[in-house]
Design a protein around this ligand. Structure first.
Ligand code: WT7
Length: 632
């Protein structure tokens, strides 16, 4: 079960082995898990259809690997310390044995509601222990979970429920976030008005907000759990059966449902967790992500539990009651491995060192970063003041689609360089391609980051639309998985991620498609047309700049229009996607063939006033002058 590499030399050996004989390499690792039946075929793949299977024919249930398997050896060990939003409120702990019992109870209850293997279940919940139970109960009975971040609007929730044709939604009455309470059941109720596939909702009483319960549809979590047996036979799953769907944004259209399957995802999240964080028995791990994102799936839930780790899960936000909250929690639970996003680091940096130095962070051994490029200044602050210059920073690059960490240092084993994610994990074969699809071998050249060989947790499809999966990830370059990121490799082979090369923007580590935000804006009654671009933002990494075309005769009431456009984005996607800047314009710069010249709009958003490169194809150059003059 211990999959941890112990030295840099061993990493190099393992890496070589994983490239020379990937099947043997991964099969040795997979054998350390609990299978009900062995696989017959370690790997089958082609990147053309694409069709990728790992451990095909193998039968398992992932929850037996992360719960049952641990009962004998660490049943009484804490699986999670739950830290509530309020600093002075009582936290909770749950041991592996208790978690097993709760998961079994909810599994039985869900089966009682008619949920069967293969059915989709939507989870729209806060950061509470019941959410972990809900996720694992789905996996136990073979239902496919689709977690939707509870900051998404009811429209966004409805889209995801409908795309997956979910039968059940698990939610709570409300959630606590800093000094705010949000009644999320209301959002669910609104969404369900247009979700005919949903038969039931299970509601956790979290904020005691006394919501309306629709009879025949809504059931309370605590009531349905009552009297359920604390054991439940785990469904037998094929390695390639769906484990979950997670919606993520792309360049075009609505968010797509990235599909991960049971066997490969299990093997890779466990392996990557143990190696990147160098987590040892007895350590306490804390990943500050939300369960609604892939980071929460892989490194709050699956990776740590598979490894039998003890983790912290936090309900609140980094700045409540003050900007010392993260560090207070690190001290309280003696956190050994801490994993957060650059945006959090940048926002906390601004609050000075007093709120950091008040706390004892000496238990920290490894500190991690994820979600967006980490700038030099934030890296240094994190290394100096949180890691006290003796914890390695693991800058982990990966994606919803990759399921697990792809490029990163391994704890204190690997050399590190600020702002560089570093080396590929064993089994990962990255390449940089030029515009013609040729591999770049020289160092310090920028290229398109692609992966040329499958790893166990690569996405298998996009739910309900395999063609889309093929087009987005496997068609740009034949026989490569295309990440959408640009990167550079230094003379020592370390990778540095530059950022997205497509129309995806990364705001505080959250991914949005510009088209998706434009669609939300275009539902607004004042908006004739719109174009959204990213611009550099000190804290968020990228901010959202929206150019909205409105009828010039209505321009005198700009504030009303801007507020109304903001509202449309909140309703269409969620408050997290609200533009930082909205500029009302009389038209968008287009080519004679009608294509929006986004390059110019990006430059204007960056503050550029005149150097727009070749503008000879521009239909109306005066429009650019107008936009520059009124830019924000
Ligand atoms: C995109 C994936 C899986 C982590 C959470 C985000 C960017 C992610 C890094 C990093 C630079 C990073 C990339 C990637 N990204 N980690 N360490 N350094 N950029 O998952 O929402 O699927 O977004 O986040 O641009 O493509 P996601």
């Amino acid at each position: 079960m211990n999959l941890r590499i112990a030295s840099y030399e061993e990493y190099q050996e393992k890496y070589q082995h994983s490239v020379n004989d990937p099947e043997e390499f991964w099969s040795d690792i997979a054998q350390t898990f609990l299978w009900k039946e062995p696989w017959t075929n370690t790997l089958n793949w082609n990147f053309t259809e694409p069709k990728i299977t790992w451990f095909d024919g193998g039968k398992l249930n992932i929850t037996e690997n992360l719960l049952d398997r641990h009962l004998e050896t660490r049943g009484d060990q804490v699986a999670f310390f739950w830290e509530p939003n309020e600093m002075d409120a009582d936290g909770k702990t749950i041991t592996y044995r208790e978690l097993h019992a709760e998961v079994c109870k909810l599994s039985n209850a869900m089966r009682g509601l008619g949920v069967e293997k293969g059915d989709r279940v939507c989870i729209y919940m806060p950061m509470i222990l019941e959410s972990i139970v809900a996720i694992l109960a789905c996996a136990r009975i073979g239902a496919v979970h689709s977690i939707v971040f509870a900051g998404f609007s009811s429209n966004a929730l409805a889209d995801r429920i409908n795309d997956a044709q979910a039968k059940l939604v698990i939610t709570s009455d409300g959630l606590n976030r800093g000094n705010k309470k949000v009644d999320i059941k209301t959002m669910v109720d609104e969404a369900l008005l247009s979700c005919p596939s949903i038969e039931h909702s299970i509601v956790v009483n979290c904020t005691h907000s006394n919501p309306e319960m629709k009879s025949g549809r809504d059931v309370w979590y605590n009531e349905i759990m009552e009297g359920q047996p604390t054991t439940c036979e785990a469904e037998t799953m094929d390695a390639e059966d769906l484990l979950f769907i997670l919606y993520t944004s792309g360049s075009t259209g609505k968010p797509k449902g990235v599909v991960h399957t049971c066997g490969g995802y299990m093997v890779y999240t466990s392996y990557s967790f143990q190696n990147v964080f160098q987590h040892e028995q007895g350590d306490v791990f804390w990943c500050t992500a939300d369960i609604g994102w892939i980071t929460g799936h892989s490194y709050i839930v699956y990776g740590p539990l598979l490894a039998g780790a003890t983790s912290v899960i936090f309900e609140g936000i980094p700045t409540y009651p003050d900007a010392g909250r993260f560090w207070q929690i690190c001290e309280k639970y003696k956190v050994n491995q801490f994993y957060t996003a650059p945006t959090a680091i940048r926002s906390l940096m601004g609050h000075g060192l007093e709120v950091v130095n008040k706390y004892d962070l000496s238990a920290l051994k490894v500190i991690g970063s994820v979600g967006e490029p980490i700038n030099e200044e934030a890296w240094q602050w994190y290394f100096d003041h949180i890691g006290k210059k003796n914890c390695p920073v693991v800058d982990t690059w990966w994606q919803t689609e990759t399921g697990g960490i792809m490029l990163s240092g391994l704890g204190n084993l690997s050399p590190m360089r600020a702002t560089h994610a570093g080396y590929p994990l064993p089994g990962i074969q990255p390449v940089l391609l030029d515009g013609d699809g040729n591999e770049i071998h020289e160092s310090e050249q920028e290229g398109y980051l692609c992966i040329k060989f499958p790893w166990p947790s690569i996405l298998r499809t996009t739910y309900g639309d395999h063609e889309r999966c093929k087009n987005v990830y496997f068609s740009n370059y034949d026989n490569y998985y295309f990440t959408g990121d640009g990167a550079k490799r230094d003379a020592n082979g370390m990778y540095r991620i530059i950022g997205r090369v497509d129309d995806v923007i990364n705001v505080s580590g959250h991914r949005f498609g510009t088209a998706e935000i434009e669609d939300a804006i275009n539902t607004n009654k004042y908006a004739i047309e719109s174009a959204v671009v990213g611009f550099p933002h000190d804290i968020k990494g990228q901010g959202i700049y929206a150019y909205v075309v409105v009828d010039p005769s209505k321009m005198d009431d700009q504030d009303t229009i801007i507020a109304s456009v903001m509202d449309s984005v909140s309703k269409g996607i969620g408050k997290i996607a609200k533009p930082d800047k909205i500029q009302l314009v009389s038209g968008l710069p287009k080519t004679r063939s009608g294509k929006i010249m986004r390059r110019i709009l990006r430059k204007i958003a960056e503050g550029e006033k005149s150097n727009f490169g070749d503008t000879s194809t521009l239909l109306d150059p005066d429009l650019v002058i107008e936009i520059v003059e009124n830019s924000i």
